[in-house]
Ligand binder design. Structure first.
Ligand code: DQA
Length: 163
């Protein structure tokens, strides 16, 4: 099960960027924490089932500050991945191009935010992505990514069970 973990603008600065809002972890550290969570999730999923190698969670990480690059990445994702965990960052609140890219692809996308966007400035309360995503997780720092991975893997496993 190949999953793309995608991060939008300014998230390359995590660790130094507004740590009171986004925490002290760098994006690399968050990705490492998520990879460990994926291994733990695999142990839980594998119990008593003799899970096949191909079913194991494999995470691929990518970050860009550029809207067009992110559109291209989302458009191309179904060729390589079964789902996307995505923090659209500032694009969350206005990028119809990225929303349309998500709506155009057949694989599920789960939206993630480190901060609680509903509890901050008014303009952050609106997500143009939410409607086209499988679910939204926010306000739990790095754990928001873990919550998103749980939801995505649960969804993909359920789809697999239905055949
Ligand atoms: C963010 C919230 C956005 O409003 C902001 O522009 C970000 C990060 C978050 O993870 O909390 O860059 O997506």
């Amino acid at each position: 099960m190949k999953i793309l973990v995608l991060n939008g603008p300014n998230l390359n600065l995590l660790g130094q960027r507004e740590p009171d809002v986004y925490g002290a972890l760098t994006l690399h550290e968050i990705n490492q924490q998520l990879a460990r969570h994926g291994e733990e999730l695999d142990r839980l999923r594998g119990i008593g089932e003799g899970m096949q190698k191909g079913e194991r969670i494999k995470l691929y990480f990518y970050q860009s500050n550029h809207e067009g690059v992110l559109v291209d990445t989302i458009q191309g994702a179904p060729r390589s991945y079964e789902g996307i965990v995505y923090n659209p960052a500032a694009h969350t609140h206005y990028s119809i191009a990225l929303r349309d890219a998500i709506a155009a692809i057949p694989i599920p996308v789960v939206e993630v935010h480190l901060s609680d966007i509903a509890a901050r400035e008014g303009f952050r309360a609106v997500s143009v992505m939410e409607e086209v995503c499988l679910a939204q997780f926010k306000g739990r720092g790095a754990l928001s990514y873990c919550d998103a991975l749980d939801a995505l893997v649960g969804h993909l496993d359920a789809q697999g069970d239905r055949g």
